[in-house]
Design a protein around this ligand. Structure first.
Ligand SMILES: Cc1cc2nc3c(=O)[nH]c(=O)nc-3n(C[C@H](O)[C@H](O)[C@H](O)COP(=O)(O)OP(=O)(O)OC[C@H]3O[C@@H](n4cnc5c(N)ncnc54)[C@H](O)[C@@H]3O)c2cc1C
Length: 724
């Protein structure tokens, strides 16, 4: 029998969960009506807190946890006349009788309460994978203020426990894992991030998160940590004093990482046990299915926040992206709807942003991968522009935008940069929400002052290039598409329209070099009947070259999205090819070979070559080269190597050639980013070492020692025993 409310009785609202969604629902319901009786049950002690701020309390950027937990039950009572009962868990729901069974966790007593409207705002639980040792002391998830207090205390009390926390392992490189990595690194810990996927930020496209990988690697290595991708945790070791280390497996080899602290952040799942018990339906994502008013399938039961499913603004399909921004909105909508208000949910784009050391990393709508999986024929642009003029400190902002070729609709964007990613992603999210065509972006009247933006904003440029591609005659080809088409056997004539100096740094393999200024005169060297691809460093000059060729009668001319920079980034992320031809057993074993590359080939690469020659005892073929080699070796690097008994005076600087790369099994760049090449099938690594140029011996010694450490690691990878 279903309970009914007498007409004059006050509406009785019961809410389960009191963080973002539950308290929003309570506050909105109260704003709409003074007569309702509103009770919130919360099994924890903290309420209405900023979960998003927890990493910054652990790191010390937020000094006091009270700043993240500004409200308590007394505040809610005084401000909203809402009863918040902390330490009270709802253990059962009877939807026919409209009752909840509640356990007072302090006394163990259970009691039954009635409701007219019930709101499930039970949030998520952290996933703890079944790793041996995951329950050890010193292993934490980051969900609640209790977790954050415990992590901070574990670090701060560690000296007095006699085992200072110096090394941390963060398992999972999603946004919470990376926020924790940043904050623990800021505390001076050597943090190693272990991620099973082959890139950080698994919700982003790999070519974009490659930039995040590099940023994380650079910062954690400065403190002795590392980023280990495609790596799985096999177990956590501990003794009476707590956790001691983490076992990992990568490339079929087992490794042990020292750790006195382990953070597990491999994801969350919706807290749906109460809902399931009450007969509330879940959607295809595993979260509670709700309509636009936040109603579940069961009358008078609502679900909001992380526990509830949402729907995608573009497709209307169910999606689950648990974020505080959405949780607050959903709570407000339910609070309004159950008290007679008009609010309805309009869906989400999964818009999010995270600070990762010096980068803002943001996304909205579909990534390229998601858009293709959803069946769209996509146009993809990588737009690299300063966020404001360089004369006022502008830094590169990379926007990857995805549009539907069939309709011109903007489907999604990702933005990464030291500044300005937040503003651009919000503008793009707004445009997508209102169904913008890519051509609409150019017409947006955006604010400009050189202190904040460029006259044509990066959003305008994104729109212009996508419009030319989708509606005009300037199609784009992504680096991945180029490689795919070439490996399918298609003949594409690739034209590098950059200067000789730029080309000397790195280039797209098998490209013809015709600088833009010579293109009109030398176009006869090209075959107008072949599919043609122009490229420059980032895309703008490539587009100019594309226009020249098109005007000269070339019918199939595309421009490389993101230019050479995008291409090199993509190549760094292309999985290494596995050798398919086994070496015949009778052949003489070939020496492994390694090539060290840096722009000037005048210090780091020579030191690395010197160490590898000496430590391998001649068992490895060693080369070093530079894209713009200097005239002589850095004499201070020579001096630093002589201190350890290695003479590198004969390592004269050499020009980098394709032959040298082709002849080497391992290609190691020293920290020159995309100034250096990447070739698939090579064991490619970027060691991201500091540059010794112009430095004194004191500064070069640690670089030298780091190089020796890396060379020893390389020897192990090449299977060569170092000589004494
Ligand atoms: C470290 C961290 C960083 C984050 N950063 C961001 C960010 O930058 N941006 C962003 O948008 N989002 C961020 N989030 C996500 C955001 O915090 C959540 O989306 C938001 O807290 C969800 O609110 P909620 O009310 O739906 O659920 P929750 O916050 O999970 O709250 C649910 C509450 O329900 C209680 N509960 C569950 N079952 C019962 C029961 N049976 N009886 C009584 N009580 C119960 C739980 O104890 C819990 O307190 C972050 C989260 C974390 C952990």
């Amino acid at each position: 029998m279903t309970a009914t409310r007498p007409p004059d009785a006050p509406l009785k609202i019961v809410i389960v969960g009191s963080v973002a969604a539950g308290t929003s629902a309570a506050a909105k319901a109260r704003r709409n009506t003074e007569t309702a009786r509103i009770t919130v049950y919360e099994r924890d002690h903290d309420i209405s807190y900023s979960g998003c701020g927890l990493p910054y309390f652990v790191g010390g950027e937020v000094a006091d946890i009270d700043d993240l937990t500004p409200r308590d039950p007394a505040w809610f009572k005084a401000r909203y006349d809402v009863d918040v009962r902390t330490g009270h868990e709802v253990v059962a729901v009877d939807t026919a009788a409209r009752t909840v069974t509640v356990r007072d966790l302090a006394t163990g007593r259970t009691f039954v309460d009635t409701y007219d409207e019930l709101v499930l705002a039970t949030g998520v639980r952290a996933v703890v994978p079944p790793i041996p040792g995951a329950g050890s002391t010193g292993v934490f998830s980051v969900r609640t203020p209790t977790d954050a207090r415990a992590i901070r205390a574990w670090i701060e009390d560690s000296e007095s426990r006699g085992r200072p926390v110096r090394h941390a392992v963060v398992v999972g490189a999603g946004y919470i894992g990376l926020e924790m990595t940043e904050q623990l690194t800021a505390r001076g810990l050597a943090v190693t991030v272990v991620e099973a996927a082959d890139h950080t930020m698994p919700r982003m496209d790999a070519d974009m998160s490659a930039r995040v990988d590099a940023e994380v690697r650079r910062h954690v290595r400065e403190r002795g940590g590392d980023l280990l991708l495609s790596t799985k945790v096999t177990g956590i070791t501990a003794d009476d004093g707590g956790v001691t280390g983490v076992g990992v497996a990568r490339e079929q080899a087992a490794e042990h990482l020292d750790a006195e602290l382990v953070i597990v952040s491999v994801g969350v799942r919706p807290h749906v046990n109460l809902a399931e018990q009450a007969g509330v339906e879940l959607g295809p994502t595993g979260a509670i299915a709700v309509d636009r008013r936040m109603r579940t399938n069961v009358e008078h039961v609502w679900a909001v926040g992380d526990v509830a499913e949402s729907f995608h603004v573009i497709t209307g399909e169910p999606v689950w992206v648990p974020l505080g921004s959405t949780a607050n909105k959903m709570g407000r909508i339910a609070g309004d709807a159950m008290t007679g208000g008009p609010l309805e949910h309009r869906g989400i784009l999964g818009t999010s942003i995270v600070r990762v050391f010096d980068l803002g990393v943001a996304q909205t709508g579909f990534t390229e991968t998601q858009a293709r999986a959803a069946g769209y024929d996509v146009e993809v642009l990588h737009n690299i522009k300063p966020d404001r003029p360089e004369y006022l400190g502008g830094t590169p902002l990379v926007i990857k935008a995805v549009a539907d070729r069939a309709t011109g609709r903007l489907l999604g964007a990702q933005a990464i940069g030291a500044s300005g990613a937040d503003k651009r992603i919000d503008v793009l999210a707004t445009a997508i929400t209102y169904g913008a065509d890519v051509a609409d972006l150019f017409h947006l009247d955006l604010a400009y002052s050189p202190t904040y933006a460029t006259t044509k904003d990066p959003v305008h440029y994104t729109g212009m290039a996508l419009t030319n591609a989708v509606h005009g005659q300037a199609p784009l080809v992504t680096p991945a598409e180029l490689d795919r088409r070439r490996s399918d056997g298609e003949r594409i004539q690739v034209v590098d329209v950059r200067s000789a100096k730029d080309r000397a740094r790195s280039s797209v393999p098998d490209s013809v070099h015709i600088p833009l200024a010579e293109l009109r005169q030398r176009a006869g060297e090209l075959d107008p009947a072949l599919p043609t691809l122009t490229y420059c460093n980032k895309g703008v000059t490539g587009n100019a070259g594309q226009n020249v060729l098109r005007n000269l009668g070339f019918t199939d001319v595309a421009n490389l999205s993101g230019g050479n920079q995008g291409y090199q980034q993509h190549r760094q992320h292309t999985p290494r090819a596995t050798p398919e031809t086994p070496v015949p057993e009778t052949s003489t074993p070939r020496k492994p070979s390694a090539l060290f590359v840096c722009v000037h080939n005048a210090g780091r690469s020579q030191m690395a070559a010197g160490f590898l020659r000496a430590l391998s005892g001649g068992a490895v073929e060693v080369r070093s080269a530079g894209s713009m080699p200097a005239d002589q070796i850095n004499p201070v690097a020579v001096e630093a190597m002589l201190e350890v008994g290695i003479d590198i005076r004969d390592e004269t600087p050499k020009i980098l050639t394709d032959d040298a790369v082709e002849a080497s099994d391992a290609v190691i760049t020293m920290g020159c980013g995309d100034a250096c090449p990447f070739y698939p099938g090579k064991n490619y690594q970027d060691w991201e070492l500091d540059d010794p140029a112009g430095q004194g011996i004191e500064a070069i010694r640690p670089i030298r020692d780091e190089i020796e450490r890396r060379v020893r690691g390389l020897l192990a990878e090449l299977g060569v025993q170092p000589v004494a």
